[in-house]
Ligand binder design. Structure first.
Ligand SMILES: [Fe+2]
Length: 394
């Protein structure tokens, strides 16, 4: 017994260390950013309650005073989760804020009888100033962003394409679909690209994620919207930054929903129909009409003579008649794993369509008159450059 006691104590000590706090395993990443709000998402090693503290991006230490707390909240309660989603509201447009994420593990849950929480922990502030993110601003003269798509879980490519992105003075990032080939587990999302994003730009730059056809696939594909919440609660949404109004659309599956590979679970045709009804309202809105520049983000391009699978044909049938009459300046797509620039009229389109390849990044600078586009490889070489004159609809 005397011999075994040190081992017993050591085992208990290890167990206590393992469970006393919930550590950050991925993130944070910024979602659903607008002029007065953004949402912070991150994952922890153990189930925990969570909150975010927000401070001005001034010279004060984060611990200079008590900071405003925003709790994760679901229907009036604080949930105990490993994936945390905290919405920050009441902010000022075009303003930088510092924030710190916190979590507190639930060690023992005996319901009404007893709940014991571990120590609270969060991202380190003794060495760092905390994360800083800037809200969107329709009044700024230009907006800058970069777009990736069709990464298909190639984390090293993702790292190479994004390693210098914080130097670009971007306002946000776009993931335009098929970032994984299928979503079988949360670990696959982390290892495929999201952990790398959380270790570099995603705590600082809002990410607008658009679902590709491959994100419909896999056992954990149902969790997609939990990882990438939007302002509408749907996989289609809008946002405005600088002179540009963005419409993010969900492409659905590429094959008919009845295809045997979908096991009878696919209803993406219905989703496209719902989106078309929503899209008509969007393009009729004053906010859309008032924007000098209008950009659509959609993983699959519409069908044309060279490429006409079912999903693309449905996009051509349902979305394009609405968009062609709406004064769109540019559509950004992926899916085909090769670069194409479709001029007006090539695919029944009244606006140009840039289709980004699977090994390149699109960098964009938008002002009220022009959209500057560069397609860059992982080595930083510019492969294609285009300047698009906006329609100046007002
Ligand atoms: Fe795709």
């Amino acid at each position: 017994m005397l011999i075994l006691l040190p081992l017993f104590l050591q085992t208990n000590r290890l167990a206590a260390q393992e469970f006393v706090s919930a550590r950050i395993v991925c993130g944070p990443w910024i979602q659903a950013a607008g002029e007065t709000e953004f949402t912070v998402v991150w994952e922890t090693t153990a189930p925990a309650v969570s909150w975010v503290e927000v401070a001005p991006n001034d010279s004060s230490h984060f611990y200079a005073c008590e900071r405003t707390k925003y709790y994760e909240s679901v229907y009036g309660r604080r949930p105990v989760n490993t994936l945390h989603t905290v919405k920050i509201t009441g902010l000022t447009k075009g303003t930088a804020y510092r924030y710190r994420i916190y979590q507190q593990a639930l060690l023992l849950n005996e319901g009404n009888k007893r709940m014991i929480f571990g120590e609270a922990s969060g991202n380190d502030l003794l060495e760092h100033r905390g994360y800083a993110v800037t809200t969107l601003n329709a009044a700024r003269p230009e907006c800058r962003f970069s777009m990736l798509n069709d990464i298909h879980g190639n984390d090293s490519l993702f790292r190479n394409l994004t390693k210098d992105i914080l130097r670009h003075k971007n306002n946000f990032m776009i993931f335009n679909g098929d970032m994984l080939s299928q979503i079988e587990s949360p670990q696959q999302i982390r290892n495929g690209y999201l952990k790398s994003a959380g270790e570099s730009f995603a705590p600082f730059l809002p990410v607008y994620a658009v679902r590709g056809n491959h994100e419909y696939r896999g056992a954990a594909s149902y969790d997609y919207m939990r990882y990438f919440p939007t302002s509408t609660g749907q996989p289609y949404y809008t946002f405005r930054d600088g002179p540009a109004f963005f419409i993010a659309l969900d492409c659905g599956e590429d094959k008919p929903d009845s295809d045997i590979r979908y096991d009878g679970l696919s209803l993406t045709g219905r989703l496209r129909e719902e989106q078309a009804a929503w899209l008509k309202k969007v393009v009729a809105s004053d906010e859309f009409k008032a924007a000098p520049v209008k950009i659509v983000i959609l993983h699959m391009p519409p069908a044309w003579k060279d490429s006409n699978w079912h999903g693309m044909k449905e996009i051509a049938r349902l979305f394009m008649p609405i968009l062609n009459e709406a004064g769109i300046d540019l559509m950004l797509c992926g899916h085909l794993h090769r670069y194409l620039f479709l001029e007006k009229g090539e695919a029944g389109n009244s606006f140009p369509i840039l289709i980004n390849a699977n090994q390149t990044r699109v960098d964009a600078v938008v002002d009220s008159r022009r959209i500057h586009l560069s397609v860059v490889d992982a080595g930083g070489k510019i492969l294609h450059a285009r300047i698009i004159n906006s329609k100046l609809t007002f």
